[in-house]
Design a protein around this ligand. Structure first.
Ligand SMILES: NC(=O)c1ccc[n+]([C@@H]2O[C@H](COP(=O)([O-])OP(=O)(O)OC[C@H]3O[C@@H](n4cnc5c(N)ncnc54)[C@H](OP(=O)(O)O)[C@@H]3O)[C@@H](O)[C@H]2O)c1
Length: 246
């Protein structure tokens, strides 16, 4: 929503994708009233292959080219892996990994043919280290970061920009959906979604490969690289256990 509001305010027409059609229509109306412009509503469950195919087709439609793809949809699960419902873990990989991969693949050829266009893949600081008690989520985001950095290099010099966004704790519906108690996260670690979007679009404009918004979040990958892997794993487990038991 924060991306949609910012891009509409900047004068872009949008294609809004999520599962909830009524919410998409409400947002499209809100954006039209506030900024003019037009938002197409394309309801789709990106974890479902048939539904995902409709969005891939929209991205491949060269009669109405998409200038910027934001692969934002994703969710987390939280708890000991052996106890988490396997269908939820399966769906997480289909949404966070497979859908993002397929939509990137669908968007790139028309962008490369036009010599312009951008893709922002939303990852997380959780992807910089293994995430005990969010094992699948952290691993899915490690994939997103590595995959996107690789494609960034592949398209270098083509006019197409591909960037990974790695936010930390951001105020959205994410924590509630993941079953995490937000009160257990210290205040200074939180960021507003609007600020995350501003930072992302600024780095994208500059042609950067990765945006990690916020000073505290920027420190995480640096410390993660400096410390021995065993230490990183243990510290990550202590943090995960705290969140899980709160
Ligand atoms: N919030 C954080 O603290 C945080 C931190 C780091 C990274 N991230 C990443 O940021 C991204 C956005 O998360 P958020 O914080 O904005 O979470 P959110 O408030 O839960 O929003 C998730 C969005 O994705 C849509 N969505 C979920 N499942 C979908 C599906 N199967 N098919 C299509 N759309 C789907 C949701 O709409 P419907 O439910 O209507 O489908 C909703 O619009 C995620 O990739 C997340 O991993 C978030």
């Amino acid at each position: 929503m924060a991306f949609a509001r910012r891009l509409a305010a900047d004068g872009h027409d949008l294609v809004l994708v999520a599962r909830s059609e009524p919410q998409l229509k409400t947002l499209a109306d809100e954006l039209h009233t506030a900024h003019g412009g037009h938002s197409d509503v394309l309801p789709a469950d990106l974890a479902d292959a048939d539904s995902l195919a409709t969005v891939e087709a929209r991205l491949a439609d060269t009669t109405a080219p998409v200038d910027l793809l934001v692969n934002n949809a994703g969710y987390g699960t939280f708890g000991p892996f052996a106890e988490l419902p396997v269908e939820k873990e399966d769906g997480l990989v289909r949404l966070n990994v497979l859908a993002l991969l397929r939509l990137t693949r669908a968007a790139l050829p028309p962008m490369l043919a036009r010599g312009r266009g951008s893709i922002v893949n939303v990852s997380s600081v959780a992807g910089f280290q293994p995430g005990p008690y969010e094992a699948s989520y952290a691993a899915s985001k490690a994939f997103v970061t590595s995959f996107t950095e690789a494609i960034h290099e592949e398209v270098r010099g083509t006019g197409v920009k591909v960037m990974v966004l790695c936010p930390g704790f951001t105020r959205t519906e994410f924590q509630e959906r993941a079953g995490v108690e937000s009160d257990s996260v210290p205040g200074p670690l939180w960021q507003d979604a609007d600020k995350v979007v501003d930072a992302a679009l600024q780095v994208l404009r500059g042609g950067g490969a990765m945006c990690v918004p916020g000073l505290l979040n920027k420190a995480a990958p640096v410390l993660g690289r400096l410390a021995p892997r065993a230490v990183v794993r243990r510290v990550s487990a202590i943090a995960g256990r705290r969140l899980h038991s709160s």
